[in-house]
Design a protein around this ligand. Sequence first.
Ligand code: USQ
Length: 414
Amino acid sequence: MKVLITGVDGYSGWPLALHLLARGHEVVGIDNFVTRKRVKEVGSWSATPIPTFAKRQVAVREIMGKELGFYRGDLQNYDFVHHVLQAEHPDAIVHLAEQRSAPYSMIDVHHAVATQVENLTGTLHILYAMKEACPDAHLVKMGTMGEYGTPNTDIPEGFFDVEFHGRKDHLPFPRQGGSWYHWSKVFDSGDVMFAAKIFNLRATDVMQGVIYGIRTPEITDDRLLTRFDFDETWGTALNRFIAQAVLGSPITPYGRGEQKRGFLALEDSMQSLRLAVEHPAAPGEYRVFNQFDASYSVNELADRVARIAGEFDLKPVIEHPADPRVEAEQHYYQPIHEHLPALGYRRTRELDEVVREIFTDLLRFRRRLEAGRHVVVPTVQWRVPDSRPLLKARAAPEAPLPTHPGSPSLDSPA
Ligand code: USQ
C-alpha cells in the first residue's frame, strides 16, 4: 500500500514510517518541523539526538535500503495539501500532524487558539482534499483516549447504546476533554465523523493512550532514533519519570497520583496503526479504535520507575507536586479495547522491559538531559491565578525556569 504520513518527523510519525517501510509499504511523509521549533520555544530539546530530515532520509536509504518520500509544507495551506494528495494518490493517510501537547495548549489564550485553529484547520483541509483528490483513500486520524475524560462508567469504543425516555439509539459516547488540546481532538472527531458521512470517506479515529518508549525494532542505528521529550510541556508521564530518575530530580506524580490513563509502548502503537492501515474502513464508515494496552495510575508508574532505577544504581525520590491540571486525582477508569485485538493486535512489549530499555538509552544521553534539568519542573497551570506551591518541599530551582514569551505563529516555518 502507499501510505502518506502527516507529521512524519515526530515522535510517532518517524518510527511509523520505518515500520511501514520495513513491512513493504511505500511511504511518503509531510512535515513542517513545527514541533522542533515549539520544543525550543519552551527552552527544551529532544533527549535523543535527532538528525535533520534530509539526513534521516539518507540513513533510511543506507541502513534499510528504502526510499522515504517527503514534502516539506504546512497543512494550514489548502493548496499544498490538495497538491500532495493529488500527486501521490495514497491508499491511506495517517494524520499525526497536530499540536499534541495538553500543557502547551494551556499556556495562554494564544497557545489555546493556535492549538485549536491549527488542529481543526489541518484536519478539514485533509478531509476536503481527500474528497477532491483521493476519495477512496482511508484516513487514520490520531485522536486521544483523553477525549473521553474519566467518566464513572466503562468507556466504549466511540459509540454506545442509549435508552432515554423510552426510546433507544446507538450514539457517540460523550466526550469530556481535559485541556484545549484534548477538546481540539473532540472537535476533530465530530468533523471526521461528519465528513465520512457526507463525502462517503473511509475513516478510522484512533483514541490513543499515553505512549512510552524510545525504540522500535526498526531503530537499529542511532541515526534512526526518534525524538524523546522530557520537559513538562512535551514529555509525557512515564517517559518523564525515567528522565527525572536519570537526572536525580524528584519523580513527579501530580497531586494524589491516583489519576489513571491507558498506556501503550511505542512499538505496539506502531503495530496498532499498521493494522488500522492494512484493514481499511468501508466507504462512508467512521469507526473508532481505543488504542492502549493497560491502565496504570501515575503512582503505580512512579513506583515502578523508582524500583527499576535501582538496577541502574539510581535512587530517585518520589514527590507529589500540587496537580497543575484540573483533573480527577482519583476516579473509576475502565475503557474497552476490542477492535484492534479483533484485527490481530497482540501486545509485544512488557512495561518493565521497555522501562529498562529507556533507562539504558537515557543514561547514554545523560549529558543532553543534564543540560535541560530546569525544564522538568511543572510551571503551566490549568487554573489561573493559582497560589498553590508548585512542588512540596522543593528546593529553589538551580537554573531560571523557562518562560513562554509571546504567542506561537500560525505561519509555521516551511
Ligand atoms: N502527570 C503526572 N506527572 C507528570 C506528568 C504527567 O502526574 O510529571 C499526569 C497528568 O496529570 C495526567 C497523566 O499523567 O493525569 C497523563 O499526562 P501526560 O502528560 O503523560 O499526557 P497527556 O497530557 O494526557 O497527553 C499525552 C500526549 C497526548 C495524548 C495523550 C493521551 O501528549 O498527545 O493525546 O497523552 S491521553 O492521556 O490518553 O489523553
